[in-house]
Write a protein that binds this ligand. Structure first.
Ligand SMILES: Nc1ncnc2c1ncn2[C@@H]1O[C@H](COP(=O)(O)OP(=O)(O)O)[C@@H](O)[C@H]1O
Ligand SMILES: [Mg+2]
Length: 232
């Protein structure tokens, strides 16, 4: 298995109040698959994704990603793991405002061991003709395309997307989902995506439903629906 999480627990303590955010999560995802995490706000989706991506740490349990035991890495190894293997896409793009489109991507490719070509990646997300623009000169959907280009330029093994269409309208959302499906096919990138939108689950191999820090349901889709055919 490419991702293998077992009995992952995480709590946050503020003052004397301890909140159990993840209560023993188990999940698996194969290499090159798309997994979708569905669940209400506050159910622990981002916490789970951040721990898998090495941004946060679990309190106990095991997380293997491509054979790496993420939860036992030292801080510098965790930074290396994140930099080498993980691409992140967020709801609000997080582009650097005073860098152009191309520069936003070069910032990442310059520190990667075996990056993809910047122009190739820009072409893959359909943004080659806007490479000299600044983020403020782009629509939300275009900014998300750039943030996907930035995430994939390092050729990550795993692309983690936290509500990537959360700020986009229907048609733009579908084109972004289509793009993620193309990235998955073209580069063989394993994708784990968080969403509120149950319709999006149709494009995933695996669907994990999270509620109050527990996986309450997991389902395997025999047939994957192309993103352009998903409706909601
Ligand atoms: N750094 C933190 N400190 C304290 N509580 C947190 C922290 N991060 C998340 N939480 C709490 O953990 C719960 C799950 O958060 P989160 O993983 O962001 O949920 P989701 O992404 O499903 O909306 C929420 O109740 C949230 O308030
Ligand atoms: Mg979240």
């Amino acid at each position: 298995m490419f991702i293998e999480v077992s009995n992952l627990k995480k709590s946050y303590t503020s003052g004397v109040i301890k909140t159990e955010v993840l209560k023993g999560i188990g999940m698996k995802l194969g290499k090159g698959e798309i997994g979708v995490i569905l669940g209400p706000s506050g159910s622990g989706k981002s916490t789970l994704m951040n721990i898998i991506g090495g941004v946060d740490r679990g309190d106990s349990g095991c997380i293997f990603v491509d054979g790496i035991e993420v939860n036992s890495l030292k801080d510098d190894q965790l930074t290396e793991y994140r930099r080498e293997h993980i691409g992140f896409v967020f709801q609000f793009y997080n582009l650097v405002p005073n860098l152009t489109v191309a520069e936003n991507i070069e910032v990442v490719s310059n520190i990667s061991k075996s990056p993809l070509n910047v122009d190739e990646v820009l072409a893959a997300v359909g943004m080659q003709d806007k490479k000299h623009r600044f983020p403020r000169e782009l629509s939300g959907g275009e900014q998300q395309r750039v943030s996907i280009a930035r995430a994939i330029v390092k050729n990550p093994k795993l692309l983690l997307c936290d509500e990537p269409t959360g700020a986009l309208d229907y048609h733009t959302s579908r084109s972004i989902l289509q793009l993620l499906q193309q990235v998955n096919q073209k580069y063989g990138t394993t994708i784990l995506m968080i969403t509120h939108n149950a319709a999006i689950a149709a494009m995933a191999n695996w669907v994990f439903k999270l509620r109050s820090g527990e996986i309450v349901d997991e389902a395997f889709n025999q047939t994957i629906v192309p993103a352009e055919r998903i409706e909601w």
